[in-house]
Structure formats: C-alpha cells, structure tokens
Design a protein around this ligand. Structure first.
Ligand SMILES: Nc1ncnc2c1ncn2[C@@H]1O[C@H](COP(=O)(O)OP(=O)(O)OP(=O)(O)O)[C@@H](O)[C@H]1O
Ligand SMILES: [Mg+2]
Length: 308
C-alpha cells in the first residue's frame, strides 16, 4: 500500500522511505488453527497522530497489536516500523526500537511496588551484568539512580501523586492503568499502543485519560488506541480504522466513520465474541555503561520530556 503522509516534502521521500510514516502494516494475516483473527489488514501510522482501531468483540484488534509488538508471529504479511521489517523481531527488540504497549487485561506485577513496576519498563533497555548488582559497583548505583529518577518522573507525568512504594494492587483500578502507561513511557517510545485503556474507568478518569493521551502526543509520540468507548474515540482520534472479522472495513475521520453504513451494520450485527489474550510480558535486564551515560545525557538535555 502506497501512502504519502500529509505535509510530506519531496526530500522526505527521496530515498523511497516516507519519514512521516512510523508504522506500516500490509496484508497482515494471523490464523489460529481454523480461526482467522486478522484477515489481510492494512494500516499506516503517521508521526504524531492519534489513530484508533475499533470493531466488535473478536474483530481481531488485540491480535493486530500482538503482531505489531512482536508477541505473535503473523501467518503472513509485512509490518514495518521505522522502515524496518519487524515481522520476525522479538518484542524486547521492538521495544528498544521505540514501540511500547499496554495490555487489555492489566499486566502489572502484583507483588511489586508501584515504582518497581514502572522500573521494569526501563530494564527493557538497560543492560546490567548480574555482578554489578551483586557487588553494588558505582556503575550499579548510578544506573539504579537513573532508573529511579526516570520512573518517578514518568509517574509524575501520568498524574500519579501518592506513595509509589506501596504494592501496585493497593491502587484503584484506574490508577493501575496509569501505572501501566508510565511503565510504557519509560521505554521512551515513538509509538505507543494502548489496548482499551478506558476499560473499567469512571467518567472523571476517562476525562483524565483523554488529557493524558493528548499530553503524550504533545511529546511527539504517535498513539494507536483500541477502544470500545465511542465517546472517547470520537473525541480524541484523528483517524479511525474499523475492523470486522479481521478485515478493515472503513478508515476515516471520526465524522466519516460515524456516518458509514458498513460500520453501523458491523456494530449492530456483532455477536458477543470471546477475547482471547494469550500474550506474555517479555522483560529483559540488559545494558551497558555507554548506553546509561547516553540516556543520562538525554534526560538532562530534555527535562520537559519527564513532565517537569
Ligand atoms: N492466542 C490465541 N489463540 C487462539 N485464538 C485466538 C488467540 N488470540 C485471539 N484469538 C481469536 O482471534 C479472534 C480475534 O481475537 P482478538 O482478541 O484479537 O479480538 P478483539 O477485537 O481484540 O476483541 P475484544 O474487543 O473482545 O478484545 C477471536 O476469535 C479470538 O478467539
Ligand atoms: Mg481485544
């Protein structure tokens, strides 16, 4: 699928790569035995945009996220992130490239504190040999300090103001969702995938979520949102993709989607589907000193990125 983003200059496409396109998915197919969860789906995500993927239960939305983020190996098709083919790339590698996600069913570590949960996001990009931790070397202390400060910065950014040392399970559900977003932001993503972030939130929490998503976008991060709350989707999305039976049935602005007869039919004709979500978190504890120094410099150079 050829797609040149709005406002793209000739220079940006000279080498055949449109730099405004962060992610492009072509002809994506994901089968589980006899079930075709994703059936030839196409999509592009432009830099800085908020794009929603909607569709009835079982339409294949989460499966698309699982393919994009490397949790599922697609049956066929192509997924390019930053112009690189990632169809066979591991989730931890994709995270390092600059893509982060949250999960439909929260995936926090129940026996860890709020802060430690957020810190696991940083561990995915920081390598540390076990002996540094064992011997409490200066490198270990410096890394730990960097990790703590960054995690606290992101907690503040998502609007968390309580005691970050308590177990994450002591938080109300809506707050736990924020912690999961903070953990995703810790990986410094260019693209953030949110799978039903408003599920289980009350009205006030949904308003706060909309503000938070806009704040994340203002950092220059592109956001793809799977969401059933149509008010939220219509309010925040620049573009919407509608999936039904694993196929894209409509793409357009909220106005276009609202009045599309195919979309109305898909929702009215939808049967209750059972959403299976068999993904697993993949956290890797690796890094070297050069990377840490670079990251420290980055964070010092861009304090506003941490919400200060
Ligand atoms: N790991 C899996 N193993 C087998 N079938 C799966 C797996 N993951 C998804 N499916 C099936 O693929 C189809 C699409 O599921 P998926 O979870 O992607 O839908 P969804 O659009 O996210 O639904 P919901 O809105 O309910 O979350 C469903 O029929 C589901 O049962
Ligand atoms: Mg789902």
């Amino acid at each position: 699928m050829t797609h040149i983003a709005h406002g793209t200059t000739t220079a940006q496409v000279l080498d055949g790569v449109d730099r405004n396109i962060l992610l492009s998915v072509e002809n994506l197919v994901m089968r589980f035995g006899g079930v075709t969860a994703v059936d030839g789906m196409n999509m592009t995500v432009e830099r800085g945009e908020i794009l929603s993927v909607i569709g009835p239960n079982g339409a294949g939305k989460t499966s698309v996220f699982n393919c994009i983020s490397g949790f599922y190996r697609p049956t066929s098709g192509s997924i390019k992130f930053l112009a690189e083919e990632i169809t066979k790339t591991r989730p931890s590698e994709i995270t390092k490239m600059g893509m982060a996600r949250t999960f439909q069913n929260l995936r926090l570590f129940k026996d860890m504190s709020i802060l430690d949960n957020v810190k696991t996001g940083l561990h995915s990009r920081i390598k540390q040999h076990w002996y540094h931790a064992f011997l409490h070397t200066p490198s270990f202390k410096k890394t730990e300090h960097f990790i703590d400060e960054t995690a606290r910065g992101w907690l503040e950014f998502v609007g968390f103001s309580g005691d970050e040392r308590v177990y994450v399970t002591q938080l109300p559900y809506g707050e736990q969702r924020r912690v999961e977003i903070a953990r995703a932001l810790c990986t410094s993503p260019q693209l953030l995938l949110l799978d039903e972030p408003a599920a289980g939130l009350n009205h006030a929490e949904k308003r706060a979520l909309i503000e938070l998503i806009r704040k994340i976008q203002a950092l220059g991060v592109s956001i793809v949102l799977i969401e059933h709350d149509m008010g939220l989707v219509m309010d925040i999305s620049e573009r919407i993709i509608v999936l039904n039976y694993g196929k894209e049935i409509a793409v357009g602005t909220p106005e276009e989607i609202r009045s599309n007869p195919l979309v109305i039919e898909a929702y009215l004709g939808a049967e209750e589907g059972q959403a299976a979500d068999a993904t697993g978190a993949d956290v890797e504890l690796l890094a070297d000193e050069a990377e840490i120094d670079e990251a420290l410099e980055e964070i010092e150079a861009e304090p506003e990125k941490r919400g200060h």
